[in-house]
Write a protein that binds this ligand. Structure first.
Ligand code: CP
Length: 326
């Protein structure tokens, strides 16, 4: 089986494979699950009898915890595995690990892996298990883009046009960011204007000159110009574990040019909201006072994460995604 044989409707491997309708369908269901998460009893029987395995072979706080909470709130049996607590630490390959898990017949396998394409690799080889990409290398992080859109949809619910027609600046380590890739595709799908902002070394030519998203992306190397007049400013973490440090003179120098503060936002994008997928590096990408200010949607993004992951598990663990969700 090759990637071309994958039935993308059975998995969530990337925003790349979603239509606008499918994207809104996830957001509609997630809006319902936001309400479930506010109830006293935050549990519905929607996935009773279903099994979800969370296989996290790279560190994670937000994504791993929220997939676990999401599964439990839907009454699924959830099992969590990490590299250090599994036979991966004894040298077992990804495919052997996944086949072993699949032999126990789970309904969904959630995978985070350092290799771009890991989720596709598993989806092309597992017959009866839906695969959810929880972040693969520098490729995609689709549930992050969906939760970012849900957060914006809640914030802009009274705006005419909702989350369409927005000007979005994505700032920082775009080169290494799966969050950037998934968000760029999601915003382009909605017809939003996307700007990439950062040092030239962290904005790969492939994204710009070769126009691999099929839409023009504006590029700015100065923070103030890049955010000017924007509705949304999305900051990205400097991914030192993926050698981002080798693309900048020093973190201090990066922070001097690109660390966003309330003062800069107020001057150049007075109406903008600020987002960050986390984990944040205070004083590098964002000042502490801006991260904690009313303009920051960072905590709301985390809350949206549970609801979005409930919506994704619900759709993929049920044949049609139309079963009773109450
Ligand atoms: N945003 C995000 O993926 O965070 P974690 O690495 O903590 O899951």
């Amino acid at each position: 089986m090759t990637n071309t044989d994958i039935d993308y409707s059975r998995h969530l491997l990337g925003i790349e494979h979603l239509s606008r309708e499918e994207l809104y369908n996830y957001l509609d269901n997630a809006t319902h699950f936001l309400e479930v998460s506010e109830r006293d009893l935050k549990k519905v029987p929607a996935l009773r009898g279903k099994t979800v395995v969370n296989l996290f072979l790279e560190p994670s706080t937000r994504t791993r915890t929220s997939f676990e909470i999401a599964g439990k709130r839907l009454s699924a049996d959830t099992i969590n595995m990490t590299a250090s607590g599994s036979s991966v630490s004894k040298g077992e390959t990804l495919l052997d690990t996944a086949r072993t898990i699949a032999a126990m017949n789970p309904d969904v396998l959630v995978i985070r892996h350092r290799a771009s394409g890991a989720a596709h690799f598993l989806a092309s080889r597992l017959e009866n298990t839906a695969v959810i990409n929880a972040g693969d290398g520098m490729h995609e992080h689709p549930t992050q883009a969906l939760l970012d859109l849900l957060t914006l949809r809640q914030h802009f619910k009274d705006r005419s046009g909702g989350i369409e027609g927005l000007r979005v600046a994505i700032v920082g380590d775009i080169r290494h960011s799966r969050v950037a890739r998934s968000n760029i595709m999601a915003h382009l799908l909605l017809g939003n204007k996307v700007r990439l902002v950062g040092p030239s070394t962290l904005i790969p030519d492939l994204l710009v000159k070769e126009n691999c998203f099929g839409e023009p992306l504006q590029v700015f190397y100065r923070l103030e110009e890049g955010i000017e007049g924007c509705d949304v400013i999305m900051l990205l973490r400097m991914q030192l574990e993926r050698s981002a440090g080798g693309f900048i003179p020093s973190l201090e120098e990066y922070a001097r040019e690109y660390c966003l503060t309330s003062k800069i936002v107020e001057r150049y994008a007075g109406d903008a909201v600020v987002m960050h997928p986390g984990p944040i590096n205070r004083g590098i990408e964002i000042s502490g006072e801006l991260a904690d200010s009313p303009r920051s949607l960072i905590e709301k993004q985390v809350t949206s994460g549970v609801a979005v992951r409930m919506a994704v598990l619900f759709k993929l663990a049920t044949a049609s995604g139309e079963e009773k969700r109450e």
